[in-house]
Design a protein around this ligand. Structure first.
Ligand code: ADP
Ligand code: MG
Length: 430
């Protein structure tokens, strides 16, 4: 929280880096930081200002992120590799200590917001294709040109490039920067009697409620804007957990649902862990639901459930792979069977797409053909990002697909209120 070693409290109008950056509004936050929209008075552009928590371990992580971002930005001067660009970095001293601040180009909403806006129903395979292409361009650059493993790919860490980009043109975008300094004590609590205080509290609750309503209206219109007939490029962000393929810092990486089997098994890893997460992202964009959501159960761990879910979807893990890791013995017996979860209910990506999400058979087959090689239990057999970019599924002709599937039906992502059908499926949206 906002205490010593923690987040730096920011008010709109606060200035950073000797007045160069003026805070506008909060854009988001992670475990390590808060991120603010700021106006750069020097370049007269909007930027994203990431203000790291101040404790030493967070400062260390920020320096680490700067190391990777500097290299990424330096080697991509034309800024076309679908990775966030670092503009500047500096230190800022506040009441909670010294915070390392990173300044980025300002991007749009994350893919998680995109999926939420569409109420977890999937965003349509044509849009999934577009986003996949961007992510793969970014991964190919990271992996084959820089030797970097991202290690934490997930929906929150991929941001859309907004077409209405106030950083390019603040005047036309209609977003007027707020350059007023905030006044006095932000809480203003001094000298109120109990009744006045009570009234003030009530007023605040009402105001907060109104603000919440305004926000939700503004967000739905933002979502429409962010989807309105654009080519849907996006960029990979958050290099706080990145590593060099030949200089790794820890065996334990990735966010649970996007974690590759070799990490759970403690069997070492390389670039292909990102390809596994990428496949999880592609599935989630298409269906609106995570590919794997493991849970701890009676007599088995979350890890073992995760391995069981993987095998139910992808087939039995080859014994050689299952028994290879430093943690293999925790989950597998010497025959290569799970110790505590015995009866597996086998299915396949294709079956799930058809039966659970209502994707037409032929579309499901082609999409599964794209995904399944990426979900190979043998990491070295997974295609690279460059190979993946050549896959026929990405070359698919969107217009033809639309026509074939829907006989010329509507193709817009559903942003209206729910019709109450939980399995309206991605086929309706394509
Ligand atoms: P953390 O390392 O703390 O997770 P991130 O770099 O992932 O921080 O940023 C946290 C959130 O802030 C993101 O999920 C996103 O919502 C927002 N954000 C980050 N960078 C930008 C940017 N360049 N433009 C717009 N929003 C951003
Ligand atoms: Mg993050």
């Amino acid at each position: 929280g906002y205490r010593k070693g923690g987040y730096h409290a920011v008010r709109p109008g606060d200035r950073f880096a000797s007045g160069r950056y003026v805070a506008q509004r909060k854009l988001g936050w992670g475990n390590f930081s808060t991120v603010w929209l700021a106006f750069d008075v020097q370049s007269e552009r909007y930027v994203a200002l990431k203000i790291q928590k101040s404790a030493p371990e967070f400062a260390q992580a920020a320096l680490h992120e700067i190391e990777f971002l500097s290299e990424i930005t330096k080697r991509d001067p034309s800024n076309c590799k679908c990775i966030i660009q670092l503009i500047d970095h500096f230190k800022h001293t506040g009441p909670n200590g010294q915070h390392i601040c990173l300044v980025f180009e300002f991007l749009g909403d994350s893919l998680l917001k995109l999926v939420q806006y569409n109420r977890y129903k999937g965003i349509g395979l044509d849009r999934v294709r577009q986003i996949c292409k961007s992510i793969l361009v970014g991964l190919d650059y990271l992996h084959s040109e820089l030797g970097i493993i991202h290690s934490d790919l997930k929906l929150e860490n991929v941001l859309l490039v907004s077409t209405i980009d106030p950083s390019k043109d603040p005047i036309r975008s209609g977003l007027k920067p707020n350059l007023e300094r905030p006044e006095g004590n932000p809480n203003g609590e001094v000298g109120l009697n109990p009744i006045e205080k009570k009234l003030q509290m009530r007023a605040r609750r009402v105001l907060a409620k109104l603000a919440e309503r305004r926000k939700s209206i503004a967000e739905s219109s933002r979502a429409e804007r962010s989807l309105d007939g654009i080519e849907l490029t996006c960029k990979i962000v958050d290099f706080g957990n990145a590593c060099w393929a030949d200089k790794q810092y820890t065996d334990f990486i990735q966010t649970r649902q996007y974690r590759a089997p070799e990490i759970i098994l403690g069997a070492g890893y390389s670039f292909s862990v990102d390809m596994w997460s990428f496949a999880c992202i592609a599935f989630e964009l298409a269906t609106g639901e995570m590919l794997f959501t493991p849970k701890e159960g009676h007599g088995y761990s979350e890890d073992e459930d995760h391995l069981a879910l993987m095998m139910e979807l992808l087939g039995k893990m080859p014994k050689k792979i299952a028994t290879m890791g430093t943690k293999s013995k925790e989950y597998f017996d010497r025959h290569g069977d799970l110790k505590r979860i015995r009866r597996l209910k086998f299915s396949s990506v294709e079956r799930i797409l058809v039966d659970k999400y209502g994707v037409p058979e032929s579309e499901a087959r082609e999409f599964a053909d794209f995904l399944c090689p990426l979900l190979d239990f043998a990491p070295e057999k997974r295609p690279t990002a460059a190979e993946c970019l050549q896959h026929p599924w990405l070359q698919y002709n969107d217009d033809k697909a639309c026509e074939a599937l829907n006989n010329g039906g509507a193709s817009s992502v559903d942003l209206t209120h729910s019709t109450g059908n939980p399995i309206s499926g991605i086929c309706k949206n394509v």
